[in-house]
Design a protein around this ligand. Structure first.
Ligand SMILES: Nc1ncnc2c1ncn2[C@@H]1O[C@H](COP(=O)(O)OP(=O)(O)O)[C@@H](O)[C@H]1O
Ligand SMILES: [Mg+2]
Length: 377
């Protein structure tokens, strides 16, 4: 028995369900919308394409759906090239940001629409629509028209309609984009639960990094048509591959410096305000210019000089210029000697902090040698 080769970027050793193979889309007139993108997606994944507006997310999704033909490259489903298939021939369903519900049809008829068009038997349609309404918890709203529903309910009708034909793959373009922030946060987990219950593989597009982190099994971070990094939310957050990704995902302090020591088990990077002792070797050579990224929550702040690492690394003195209280945590802006500002977030675990640091105070920031990410790109 021969074994299949293990595909790249796959989260496990399962073969890829959907393969995006070196896809390019050039509309002409300057920038390339999708620039040599390769991604493997496993069955059952919720995969997010994340990036700011105009980076090519929708174009890539439309290529998967068959609404757009790639300039070059292939899309394979279970190893078969689906490039020649029209949108309706692909076992995919795309849910648009606008939902595109039929305003004159009831919820029930909106969900049944595609099934009727496919010539499904009446009894089977009734059963399928009933189970879809249950799935999205809208049984009681079957007779309403879209305008008699809230934004969140309309979103669920669109989802039920997309899932009614039992597609093998669900394509979601900014699925929660039309909802306000609070409703969006509630709906994120609801949507994940429904997708997981049905077991459908899903590719979603979003510009909202928190949404991608909350919902996706893996994320592809995109910029200017290219994929910069692919990984699980935790991996992309904790080990960003480039300065762009570090800065795009969450909050980060980025310091520029030069590698001074590079040993297998540690490295020292000298920056303007401090020296970083990193608990592992970095691939760069001594003297190389690198960025050092430290997340605000990995830094501690205190009034007195801390020990640092080996006495003088991983600590810096500054002046508190800003302080934002968020209830469960406080964010401090510490201005350093060079004028650079370090963001530090501290959890407010105790109700009353003994020695409260405030505006204008001199304070010390310090961080452990496991907290930094050294970036060469
Ligand atoms: N049909 C089209 N013709 C020409 N340019 C397009 C077309 N669709 C998208 N683009 C361009 O491709 C780039 C990527 O767009 P899009 O995929 O919509 O980005 P996103 O969904 O990430 O905001 C943009 O610069 C956009 O102007
Ligand atoms: Mg878009």
């Amino acid at each position: 028995m021969s074994s299949d080769p293990v595909p790249v970027n796959s989260p496990t050793d399962q073969p890829a369900f959907l393969q995006i193979d070196d896809v390019v889309k050039d509309f002409g007139g300057g920038a390339v919308a999708v620039n040599h993108v390769s991604v493997d997606i496993a069955q059952g994944e919720i995969f997010a394409l994340l990036g700011s507006s105009g980076c090519g997310k929708t174009t890539l999704l439309r290529i998967l759906a068959g609404f757009e033909t790639p300039t070059s490259g292939r899309v394979l489903l279970e190893g078969k090239d689906i490039g020649g298939l029209a949108p309706y021939e692909r076992p995919f369903n795309m849910m648009f940001q606008s939902y595109a519900l039929f305003p004159h049809l009831t919820v029930w008829d909106n969900i049944a629409f595609g099934l009727r068009r496919d010539g499904m038997a009446k009894g089977a349609i009734k059963e399928r629509v009933g189970s879809m309404l249950k799935l999205v918890q809208l049984d009681k709203f079957a007779k309403r028209k879209p305008h008699q529903l809230s934004g969140g309910q309309q979103q669920r009708v669109a989802l039920a309609r997309s899932l009614a034909k039992r597609p093998q793959m669900l394509l979601l373009d900014e699925p929660l984009g039309a909802l306000d922030k609070k409703l969006r946060e509630q709906t994120q987990l609801e949507l994940v639960n429904i997708i997981e219950e049905v077991g459908v593989t899903c590719v979603m597009v979003t510009h909202d990094q928190e949404e991608a982190m909350t919902m996706a099994t893996r994320i592809a971070v995109m910029s200017e048509g290219r994929v910069l990094q692919i990984g699980a939310p935790g991996d992309v957050y904790e080990t960003p591959a480039t300065r762009f990704v570090a800065d795009f995902i969450g909050n980060v302090n980025l310091m520029e410096g030069r590698v001074e020591v590079d040993e297998p088990d540690h490295a020292v990077v000298r920056c303007a305000d401090c020296t970083h002792y990193v608990g592992h070797g970095v691939t760069g050579t001594v003297g190389m210019a690198v960025g050092v990224a430290v997340r605000p929550e990995k830094i501690s702040l205190q009034a007195d000089e801390p020990g640092g690492t080996h006495g003088f690394h991983n600590k810096v003195k500054g002046t508190i210029k800003e302080l934002s209280y968020f209830g469960s945590f406080t964010v401090y802006h510490l201005e350093l000697l060079s004028g650079a500002v370090l963001k530090i977030s501290q959890i407010n675990a105790a109700r009353h902090r003994d020695a409260t640091l405030t505006w204008g105070d001199t304070a010390w920031a310090s961080w452990p040698p496991t907290s930094q990410v050294v970036l060469t790109q």
